[in-house]
Design a protein around this ligand. Structure first.
Ligand SMILES: Cc1cc2nc3c(=O)[nH]c(=O)nc-3n(C[C@H](O)[C@H](O)[C@H](O)COP(=O)(O)OP(=O)(O)OC[C@H]3O[C@@H](n4cnc5c(N)ncnc54)[C@H](O)[C@@H]3O)c2cc1C
Length: 364
């Protein structure tokens, strides 16, 4: 007989009055694998670091190190010196982590060019560390696991206040899934994480759920990390320029790192880039102590009203947006709608999502 640990969890208040901002944003998903490579294009050396789908935050710090290492070792970079100018295209999580890693490697002349700096997918993302909602060819899995494990160590240092540059932006908190296979985290167990536990979540309203818990899961405060990375990079003299890049030829510098997310579809003519739409609703006036955990459960595939394929899920993370009250905490997600863009907002999904959340918690 298994002796599951019963955890009493008070569900967040999901009445309309406790729902805040509705967020629609788009995962930069690359079919097959994220693009992490170096090539020579018309005399320029272009490294690519994009296409991490629903796991850009999960993989960001490790992916930046991996791509910058590839760049340093590349056959095209014998003339790369610490004071050689390097241009990064994109100011999302991948662009900022790439710049951060370059500063750690001693590069001193870094410019980040982006057509948008605020309200990016990277700010709006939920914040769960789990390599899920991405598309990996099986031969890439070992590398993706290693990159994720490196990233886990980066955030763990922040959460335990032992990181040398950042003192906030990540928390270690219990993370609940229905099944081990749903988490993508099993390869981390025994390396950086403890084994899962079987638990029963008791919502105190007659509803209980059998779940598994990674008690050392990591929540990434994505908006805070964006702020932390930007201010660190400004302090290191990194230049930020607002501009849309239409071709690598426009960039004066020979060394370019392309972190343009969904923009790579056009900029790098990458037809494997796919927009996956996600819906999120921020919560407000909650009790922060009740939300000190994360939950992710998947529902079946379906079609949206507009006929697009949707994988629905329910998740709750303790996300907080800057310039909001301390009790305005928590986010409910989420959808994964293949190929949907801002032109097809699938607005009705917000209410379908809230219905799924209430059913999960047993709230009428
Ligand atoms: C609803 C939702 C929830 C998510 N939750 C999580 C989560 O819990 N955990 C997790 O790990 N990941 C999560 N993700 C995924 C994560 O947010 C992304 O993988 C990550 O933010 C991608 O970062 P990026 O830097 O590649 O792209 P972006 O944040 O989109 O940044 C791209 C940058 O490139 C610039 N750019 C693009 N084209 C050009 C151009 N031609 N010229 C100049 N600049 C250009 C843009 O202006 C921008 O600055 C979530 C995503 C969504 C949509």
């Amino acid at each position: 007989m298994s002796c599951s640990d019963v955890r009493k969890i008070t569900p967040p208040n999901l009445d309309d009055a406790h729902l805040g901002k509705k967020i629609l944003c788009h995962h930069p998903m690359r079919i097959g694998t994220p693009q992490m490579s170096v090539e020579s294009v018309n005399g320029k050396v272009v490294a690519h670091n994009y296409g991490h789908g629903g796991s850009g935050w999960t993989l960001g710090p490790g992916s930046a190190t991996y791509v910058n290492d590839l760049l340093q070792k590349s056959e095209y970079t014998t003339d790369l010196k610490k004071n050689t100018p390097i241009t990064i295209i994109g100011a999302g999580a991948l662009g900022l982590f790439t710049a951060y890693d370059l500063t750690q490697k001693g590069y001193t002349r870094i410019t980040i060019i982006a057509n948008q700096f605020d309200n990016l997918t990277s700010h709006n993302a939920g914040g769960l560390l789990a390599p899920v909602s991405m598309d990996n060819a099986p031969e890439m899995q070992k590398l993706i696991n290693q990159i994720g494990i490196d990233a886990y160590k980066f955030y763990e240092a922040i959460a335990t206040k032992t990181h040398k540059d950042f003192s906030d932006g990540a928390l270690i908190i219990p993370t609940y899934f229905e099944k081990r296979e749903d988490s993508g985290l099993e390869p981390y167990v025994g390396v950086v994480m403890q084994p899962v536990k079987d638990v029963i979540l008791d919502f105190g309203n007659g509803t209980t759920r059998n779940m598994i818990s990674y008690d050392d899961g990591i929540f990434i405060d994505t908006a805070k990390m964006m702020e932390n990375l930007c201010s660190y990079l400004k302090g290191k003299g990194v230049t930020f320029k607002q501009k849309k890049v239409t071709s690598f030829k426009e960039i004066k510098n020979r060394f370019i790192i392309n972190c343009s997310g969904l923009g790579a579809n056009i900029l790098n003519k990458d037809s494997q880039m796919l927009s996956i739409q996600g819906h999120l609703i921020m919560l407000k006036d909650q009790k922060p102590a009740d939300l000190h955990h994360m939950i992710l459960v998947y529902f079946d595939k379906d079609k949206t009203q507009s006929g697009q394929t949707v994988k629905r899920s329910f998740y709750m993370f303790p996300k907080h947006l800057p310039n909001t009250g301390v009790n305005d905490i928590g986010v409910i997600g989420g959808t994964f709608i293949e190929g949907a863009t801002a032109d097809t907002p699938n607005e009705e999904e917000f209410s379908i999502m809230m219905k799924g959340a209430k059913t999960f918690y047993g709230i009428a």
